[in-house]
Design a protein around this ligand. Structure first.
Ligand code: PBG
Length: 310
């Protein structure tokens, strides 16, 4: 009766990995319980989400190695894996499910960076912006409902908003990965999209220093000024203070991404007898609500929604 915060299936956004093939799925070793799905099976997952009351999917492609290149040209292919998955899910389910798409070049670059690099491997902000706007437009044309730039280039939210408006995609939203940290918790995700082997160096020239909090507020303020409809803090649990500060300060919906490493730690911890799996999962998820989140991107989405149904 006096409980202040409640987790609901409607709070959850379910990240799903896509792979080529038909009726094909591949478990991801570093992400227990998570698989890559071929497009036809993504539709099944989407139906499952609808049945569970999950409002939105976040799609990530595992691009075939031969389609990756230094210039990430595959990101702009209207028939790439991502666009095919968006179209098939939208054809099957329409507005019953939302689709959020990641804008960043890492699933398409041979070097695994989120942007285009110069001769020294430095990620070039402004040259990358042009690619990101075209990538976002490609996703919106395929039917994406929410564009989520996760690349951390400066100025990308404004550039993407302008591009969407000019193409009459007035109703496509932008959820900005505004406070995205250069985190050690992304490892299993990079395995899932197949970029970990390729990645040289780190992403510290564009992702944030885990020691910084004020900078996150500046990043969020910029993205809102540029036209973001909602903002994200990523990773989640180690950054609850950033979520809390963002919610106190800005009147936009704030989302958390409980990232791959956070998820895997619960799975492996529970398997090692640290605690009860479901209890660990639910305690972590409700913490995001308490901190002020409007919703959570989590690999636990289906598991948690099932538990909530019972
Ligand atoms: C792409 C991207 C990453 C994640 C989401 N989008 C990886 C990265 O920045 O290296 C990580 C998500 C997760 O770990 O679950 N830029």
């Amino acid at each position: 009766m006096v409980r202040e915060n409640r987790l609901a299936a409607s709070d959850l956004i379910w990240p799903l990995f896509i792979t080529e093939g038909n009726s094909h799925s591949e478990p991801i070793d570093s992400l227990p319980g998570v698989s890559r799905w071929s497009v036809d099976l993504i539709v099944e997952r989407a139906r499952e989400a609808v049945d569970l009351g999950i409002p939105c999917l976040a799609l990530f492609p595992n691009t075939q190695a031969y389609r990756r290149s230094a210039d990430a040209a595959e990101a702009l292919n209207p028939d790439n894996l991502m666009c095919r998955a968006i179209r098939v899910v939208k054809d099957a389910l329409g507005d019953k499910i939302g689709i959020l798409t990641d804008v960043a070049l890492d699933p398409y670059t041979s070097h695994g960076q989120d942007g285009l690099i110069d001769d020294h491997g430095y990620v070039e902000n402004d040259r990358t912006l042009d690619m990101l706007t075209k990538q976002a437009l490609n996703q919106a044309n395929a039917g994406a409902d929410i564009i989520a730039p996760s690349d951390m280039m400066d100025g990308r939210v404004a550039a993407i908003r302008d591009t969407l408006e000019l193409a009459s995609h007035h109703n496509v939203q932008i959820m900005a990965y505004s406070a995205k940290y250069a985190s050690a918790f992304y490892g299993p995700f990079r395995d899932a999209v197949g970029s970990s082997g390729a990645l040289k160096g780190d992403k510290k020239t564009y992702q944030m220093d885990p020691a910084n909090g004020d900078e996150a507020m500046r990043e969020i303020a910029m993205d809102i000024a540029e036209g973001a409809d909602s903002v994200m803090v990523k990773p989640g649990l180690a950054y609850l203070d950033i979520i809390f500060r963002a919610k106190q300060r800005f009147d936009v919906p704030v989302y958390a991404y409980q990232v791959s490493g956070e998820y895997a730690l619960v799975k492996t911890g529970a398997a090692a007898g640290v605690g009860d799996h479901d209890a660990l999962m639910m305690e972590k998820l409700v913490a995001f609500k308490r901190a002020g989140c409007s919703g959570i991107l989590t690999y636990f989405a289906a598991d948690a929604a099932k538990l909530l149904q019972q």
